[in-house]
Unconditional design. Sequence first.
Length: 570
Amino acid sequence: MKIYKNHIAEKIAGIIGDDRDRIETLLEIPPSEDMGDLAFPCFTLSKDMRRAPDVIAEELGNKIGRDNLIERAEAAGPYVNFYIDKSHLISTVIDQILSDRDDYGRSDEGSGKNIIIEYSSPNIAKPFGIGHLRSTVIGASLKRIYEYLGYKVVSINHLGDWGTQFGKLIYAYRNWGDELKLNEDPIGHLYELYVRIHREEENDPKLVELTRSEFKELEEGDSENIDLWRRFSDLSRKEFRKIYKMLGVNFDSEKGESFYIDKIPAVEKSLKDRDLLKESQDATIIDLEKYEMPPILIRKSDDTSLYATRDLAAAIYRKKEYNFDKMVYVVGVAQSLYFRQLFKSLELMGNDWADNCHHVSFGWVKLGEEMMSTRRGNIVFLEDVLARTVEEAKKIVEENSPDLPDPDSVAKAVGIGAVIFTDLSCRRDTDIAFDWDKMLDFRGNSGPYIQYSHARICSVIRKYGKELKKEYNAGLLLLPEEYSMAKMLVCYPDIIKKAANEFEPYYISNFLLELCGIFNTYYQKYRSPEDRILSSNSDVADSRVTLADCARIVLHSGLKLLGISAPEMM
RNA sequence: GCGCCCAUAGCUCAAUUGGACAGAGCGUCUGGCUACGGACCAGAAGGUUGGGGGUUCAACUCCUCCUGGGCGUACCA
């Protein structure tokens, strides 16, 4: 769409003698297709020129004539509506996609830039719930999106493998642990112990001190505690790996919190040198009152470290190690105050790059009226969700397409795709309502709907049979849906950039749904031998299949950016 | 108490960041395969955008107050 915006902005600027770029940012896409393809609202001009917007629009409309990009311009009240030359747009986008193929929409705007994305970061010894999935899926998608734009991305799984909870876990395991259970179902057993110690601590406050001292010993290097910790950690990592494999998610680094404990002293020294540390209530803090924030705790009264301590160390380490241009933390919205404190602390330490750190937050997953949380014990396990969606997909596949060569892998692709898509189909900050019925419904606005549309196009191309030639005639693509589709395809690169800028993969999901909507309408509306895609007129068929193939390429690409696979048959 | 966030169709979510008539899916009702895949498509019903006031050419969007909810707010992460 960029070339058209540019072109129109230039024309308008030429007439009124204003700044091109300013005009360009004012251009918008009208709410309905019959109002043209791009619109210029004259309100702001009206202020400068002290004339009624309708009059300006009228004048512009008359002065802008047709050329090979613009078919016509027409005033509509205070707007000037521009109608792009359809044949120009269609052939431009088809040529572009056919030459770029799977790289359509790729760019090099990020080349030479490093970005760190921290995501997933589950806690060792806690089950992977459907709530944790959001960070994983959003982060993994952002990684793909940024790589597509030429950035060098380092993805980090900042595992929660250190902290007070390990004192609890060690204590609980010593007293109630079961070797057999631990090996059979490590996370299940550890979680059971975790829940139990929490309950018991409520009844017996003395336990709190005992578990805290276990952590202190761990942090001081007690070998027995370290052995246990390492075992818990290894077993959990192994379990998580299974989940990541299913989801098709991977990381460049899996350095968890524990990695940074030996880097804490240097951080503390630098904090002390800048006189940022303060003793308060027996603990060590950074006072942030000047910045209207509560203090951030650096050391507890028993002298053990906290997540903030380790996060400061991690940020500084990463800056040294990767020299990132940007670092984003994909972490739930509950932590937003904490990240403001963290970034402010980094800044106070003299790190001018603190500005380049972003908290990419996301909302809760609700179960009924409640927020899902491990602490409350009302979580839905990701493994159960994946198992059920895959099973459901298998049922449907068996019923609808009994002779698929590999039904199991298709069922997996669809079941998992449905789960991933659900998390990416609304804005990050909205809370998601988890609902089994909806999760298992593969119709409507869903991942499988997009996969289905993609498979359908693949099927048409198979039926077409011939080698796809690069020959097509834009003059034969005159149906309104063909133009709408082409127009969407033109916008795909813009959508990717928007998704990256706002850290919102949902823009891509939304775009894909819309594209599928148009294609499916097109597909079903025209059924006569001549009007359908595989038209009896072979020239027309060539052109239509070519356009459909472009849509296929974009659907495939978009799904990939979301981390969802696109089977050719399903 | 203070801070941040949310409230849009019966339900789940959108709305080009202040723009033209607030749109999709599900659910309800009606219709569509001897054809290119019905995990689909077409149509209908469904809204005073939680409520009041304000800012302006224009408010779901910005300001203010109220109501209802969520999260955070020093030794969890």
